[in-house]
Design a protein around this ligand. Sequence first.
Ligand code: ATP
Ligand code: MG
Length: 554
Amino acid sequence: MENKPAVSNFIRNILVEDLEQGKVDKIVTRFPPEPNGYLHIGHAKSICLNFELADEFKGRTHLRFDDTNPLKEDTEFVEAIKEDVKWLGYEWEQLFFASDFFEEMYNRAVLLIKKGKAYVDDLSVDEIREYRGTLTEPGKESPYRNRSVEENLDLFARMRNGEFKDGEKVLRAKIDMASPNINLRDPVIYRIAHAHHHRTGDAWCIYPMYAFAHPLEDAIEGITHSICTLEFEDQRPFYDWVVRECEMEHVPHQYEFARLNVTNTVTSKRKLKLLVDEKVVDGWDDPRMPTISGLRRRGYTAESIRTFMRETGVSRSYSVVDEKMLEHFIREDLKLKAPRTMGVLRPLKVVITNYPEGQVEMLDAEINPENPEMGTRQIPFSREIYIEQDDFMETPPPKYFRLFPGNEVRLKNAYFIKCEDVVKDADGNVIELHCTYDPETKSGSGFTGRKVKGTIHWVDAKHAVPAEFRLYEPLILDDAEEDENSSFLDHINQNSLEVVHGFVEDNMKDAQAHDKFQFFRHGYFNVDPKHSTKDKLVFNRIVSLKSSFELPKA
Ligand code: ATP
Ligand code: MG
């Protein structure tokens, strides 16, 4: 991986201090996804942060699946998550599953019961919520709170043995029903779920709650810095309580940072799942999805995502990052790497009437003018070409410098052509242009006779390779996902995908999945890895060329 200077942030400062003061001798972080969906750009923030912090200080990072909720989890998600983390460029030192530790967690819960710090409760989920109180009122103790240790041990063992139905009983930590922190009002730590688990099968019918399992996992794995998002700040006292009362040998610490939010971008697995289930999109890796697999399929590079994460920093205050910033970094990344080429998205046939029939000439063009080392390519040119429909107007507005009757423009890398005649169908639609070219004006010939104001792109008709272009806009507009009063599905942008059919240069006919190009005037495109074939190339537009976005000054 490239060695970029580390960007300072408050978590990094904590690591530096802990190392200096000898509180830890090796940094151990983890990325702990729940395998209940595909990873999205918000997760990438956490991945980059955890892996890069550990890398910088020669520590290690674990990938850990927090698979404590069998109802929503699946091995499909486990595999997709692994692939995404690897693709982003990171290698975990060790792979863990919370379910690896179910026995140990059970034993720790038994320890709590023995210490009088946990009890089996018969209240229903609703009753527990009622009894919990509010921010201004203390909670009420459950009538089952003072069961004897023996009775609790017996009931908990029977919960494990499958003697009770889902929801009939839970195990709760016995802390303080009047605590100002609601998370400490006897939180549930085990629940009954007669459900098949994707790894442990039917071995268990009780499962630890996330808030109980997470600190135990961190402690078991020897995590030093357990980094999570701010919503978990109020959970920290319980996190510390679990580690302490369960008498864990290793003591991990939790640190919180503000989650990444991006304008017009859904960063909630639940909502993304809804888009998939409701078939608003074509799966988790639809190029419009802000999932890592969607971004990859769209054509974003791992490097551009890592740079974006580094540059957006880490803080404890809420903020929303402009989506244009991510677009900025993919343009930056591809600027020198992506070959330039021409693609006509909405073709209009042009016949060059004074060009000899049957003649084909090969024109030289640079592969990337910004990176001359990439060399040159040859483009065929002959009597019939395609240009873009909107590069012609029969009655142009002022300042329209492209083709219109009587006007002359430059064909990129080729000649000046002048529009002489317009051919229309019975309905009056323009279906073909007749133009003349001036052989003196060949690109690179040093011609200085006269100037034209417009340069347009084109593809030679005889050699044109048909291609499908998929053009994207945000799936959700106006950050509708933040609006709690309406379903975010009501705010779907109906025009998020436009499919057009046109042509590309023939030197692209062997383009492979994930090849990336800059189409002159149209932006950066990626060969779709799922639908593109030798017979039908499919290009996903990653971003257009222009952006008014400027990086905020540091
Ligand atoms: P979601 O809210 O989308 O369901 P989650 O937090 O429930 O996400 P997990 O699988 O539990 O999903 O997340 C794994 C890790 O990724 C957690 O440590 C979580 O804090 C982090 N994470 C998730 N979303 C973001 C985000 N937007 N910004 C930063 N970190 C995030
Ligand atoms: Mg979660």
